[in-house]
Design a protein around this ligand. Structure first.
Ligand SMILES: *Cc1c(COP(=O)(O)O)cnc(C)c1O
Length: 426
């Protein structure tokens, strides 16, 4: 099945079913105000298209923040979920869950990992990785008492207390102190800073036990990791018994054109995490590790929902569909197309944009620091035109469409973006 035909599955015309009553006042009265929401409510999706409660159509280049790998209403995913919920959706990890074993096997056979732990979100997957690092440090690394995990400035690792501490962005940490001990920060893509930190933090019972990084920083501005930096990093880790942990929550599962983000860097992590795109929008998280650092024993870590039959069946369908429909090829081709079109727009509106960068279908377009225009202004204008985009910080536009996006949809998105930029420039 070619990616474009995925839109053609039978069903009720989306336009006719999109209208739905929605009471924004009630929503704001009853739901905690934790998001700066755009003033639309989505009622229906199909492929890369969405319809809001008034019936207005959008082209979706957000994909639930890099999550709806197969787009919306994908027939294979819908079928799997419907069948699995009729068969069995949840039992707990007190029993063997066959679907969980199958998903873990698929991941291990298609990655550098030997073992998998399942949970429900990216933050939880990173929490699991942090706990694994600490247990490894305490039990294997000379009973190290104060293990430190190095993370990067502008990183994003989640909103729980440990992952918020790991996140190298003070704006997210404000008012939530005391933060978790055992973390230190370095600039991204700066090998000298790693060397200094490893030396400086080595005193008494304290030393660096792990370095945790995104292969490409997503939320912090779509910044790709540099190959040379990561290869030197791998050497430093090997020489100093430091675990290398990759947060692949945003870039894993085909988003970069490779199945895993680390494949773009020519290095293997010891531990890596996945979540967002892994089950195409069904909540799942996973922490993968190599055998040598799998130090968890019964009772060390757990999750009630983690790896239940429903989410694992969904995850397996997403991964098998990526493989069977050759979606990685589509990601590479559409990514090239998108970046070349974005570069044309950057030239057209020069000097408003200073950079276009990314891998596969995670791309960023940076607005000049000299301009007063912010990413959210262009995102708002694009929404009015019928294109959904997400900002990645105040100056970067993020493009993360479903991996099934077609050539004509990329072209259409660029026409809408062009109109939006023209309106913002005035
Ligand atoms: C989104 C994200 C997380 C957090 O995932 P949640 O599912 O929201 O907890 C962690 N790391 C990265 C790189 C992310 O993009």
């Amino acid at each position: 099945m070619s990616p474009t035909t995925l839109l053609d599955h039978p069903g009720v015309s989306p336009e006719s079913t999109a209208s739905r009553s929605f009471n924004q006042e009630d929503f704001n009265t009853y739901v905690m105000n934790t998001y700066g929401r755009f003033p639309i409510a989505i009622a229906k999706g199909e492929g890369c298209r969405l319809w809001d409660t008034t019936g207005k159509e959008y082209l979706d280049f957000v994909a639930g923040i890099a999550t709806c790998t197969l787009g919306h209403g994908h027939p294979a995913l819908a079928k799997t979920i419907a069948e699995q919920i009729h068969q069995l959706h949840h039992v707990s990890n007190l029993y063997y869950v066959p679907e969980q074993g199958e998903l873990a096997k698929w991941i291990v056979e298609h990655s550098c990992a030997d073992r998998v732990f399942f949970c429900n979100s990216g933050a939880e997957a990173n929490e699991a990785a942090i706990k694994l690092v600490r247990k490894y440090a305490h039990t294997v690394l000379d009973f190290l008492e104060q293990p430190v995990i190095l993370t990067a400035h502008a990183s994003f690792h989640g909103r729980t207390l440990a992952t918020l501490t790991a996140t190298g962005q003070p704006k997210y940490q404000k008012h939530f102190d005391p933060l978790m001990p055992g973390f230190a920060y370095v600039p991204y893509n700066d090998i000298g800073a790693i060397q200094n930190a490893v030396t400086d933090l080595d005193e008494g019972n304290r030393r660096v036990a792990a370095i945790m990084l995104e292969p490409l920083q997503g939320e912090g501005g779509v910044r790709p990791g540099e190959v040379e930096y990561f290869q030197q990093l791998r050497q430093i880790c090997d020489q100093n018994d430091i675990l290398l942990v990759f947060d692949e929550v945003q870039v894993g599962v085909g988003r970069t054109g490779k199945l895993w983000g680390y494949e773009n860097l020519g290095v293997e992590p010891d531990i890596f995490t996945s979540a967002k795109g892994l089950a195409g929008g069904v909540p799942i998280g996973a922490m993968m590790c190599k055998k040598f650092c799998d130090v968890f024993e019964p009772g060390n870590h757990a999750s009630t929902f983690g790896g239940n039959p429903l989410v694992c069946a969904a995850g397996l369908t997403v991964l098998k569909t990526i493989e069977q429909d050759h979606l990685l090829e589509n990601v590479c081709e559409r990514g090239e197309q998108l970046r070349s079109r974005l570069k044309e727009l950057a030239t057209k509106y020069s000097p408003l944009f200073t950079d276009v960068r990314g891998w596969g279908l995670i791309n960023g377009m940076e607005i000049s620091a000299d301009s007063d225009i912010t990413s959210i202004e262009i995102v708002n204008a694009a929404l009015t035109e019928g294109l959904l985009l997400a900002p990645a910080g105040p100056k970067v536009l993020r493009f993360v469409p479903p991996l099934i996006v077609s050539e004509s949809e990329v072209e259409k998105a660029m026409i809408l973006l062009d109109k939006a930029i023209a309106k913002v420039k005035g």
